[in-house]
Design a protein around this ligand. Structure first.
Ligand SMILES: N[C@@H](CCC(=O)N[C@@H](CS)C(=O)NCC(=O)O)C(=O)O
Length: 201
């Protein structure tokens, strides 16, 4: 049985537990209190020296960290990882985009609003993150014009990676109202068989 070290508030964790449920793969889930340093203990650092969730423990005892690497591992041999060479590279393109141009702005804004007390410093950080987060949403909105999914005509792990923090962008202060294509795409993901919401343990 797979074991996912996870945190219910984490979009990075949610990517993995969502894909596991979409694929119908059973797993054990270990909730980690990341705010109390649970990922920085010697025991956990032996599993992931980077001290972060999600980390997936495989049946053979291997520990695999990094949400998007875990998605690639789980999706191999499934429709979530396309057969076509260029399509696979394009899925990776959107997963790298998610980690470099999206998550650092949208997820970090959400984390500041949820876990840091209001202060002038927090407001300044949020102001700095806002335009970059809006840029990422703008790129997604433009790409989704006339498209149902990020790559080709089927849902892939590129969509799952981007969905996790996009659908809760409002909690980071980003109004999705003006982004009609993104909103329709979010509804398509929510309609997938096996879909489970972020807060479902
Ligand atoms: N690039 C990593 C980011 C993982 C990450 O930042 N995890 C956060 C929760 S979203 C964490 O474990 N924080 C706890 C800590 O830094 O101690 C991924 O995609 O998995």
């Amino acid at each position: 049985m797979l074991t996912l070290y996870d945190n219910l508030d984490s979009g990075n964790g949610y990517k993995v537990r969502l894909l596991l449920r979409l694929l119908g793969i059973p797993f054990d889930r270990v909730e980690m209190d990341i705010w109390a340093g649970a990922t920085r203990t010697q025991t956990f650092l032996a599993r992931n020296p980077n001290g972060r969730i999600p980390t997936l423990a495989l049946e053979d005892g291997t520990h695999l960290p990094e949400s998007n690497a875990i998605l690639a591992y789980l999706a191999d041999g499934t429709p979530y990882w396309p057969a076509d060479r260029l399509a696979r590279a394009q899925v990776l393109q959107w997963m790298f985009f998610e980690q470099y141009s999206h998550e650092p702005f949208i997820a970090v804004s959400r984390s500041l609003l949820r876990h840091q007390p209001e202060s002038p410093e927090r407001a300044a950080k949020l102001d700095a993150l806002k335009p970059k987060g809006l840029d990422a949403l703008g790129v997604m909105e433009t790409h989704l014009a006339g498209r149902a999914w990020f790559v080709g005509d089927a849902v892939s792990i590129g969509d799952i990676a981007l969905f996790a923090y996009t659908h809760v962008a409002g909690e980071g202060g980003f109004d999705l109202g003006p982004f009609a294509n993104i909103t329709a795409w979010i509804d398509r993901i929510r309609a997938l068989p096996g879909f489970t919401p972020m807060t479902q343990p």
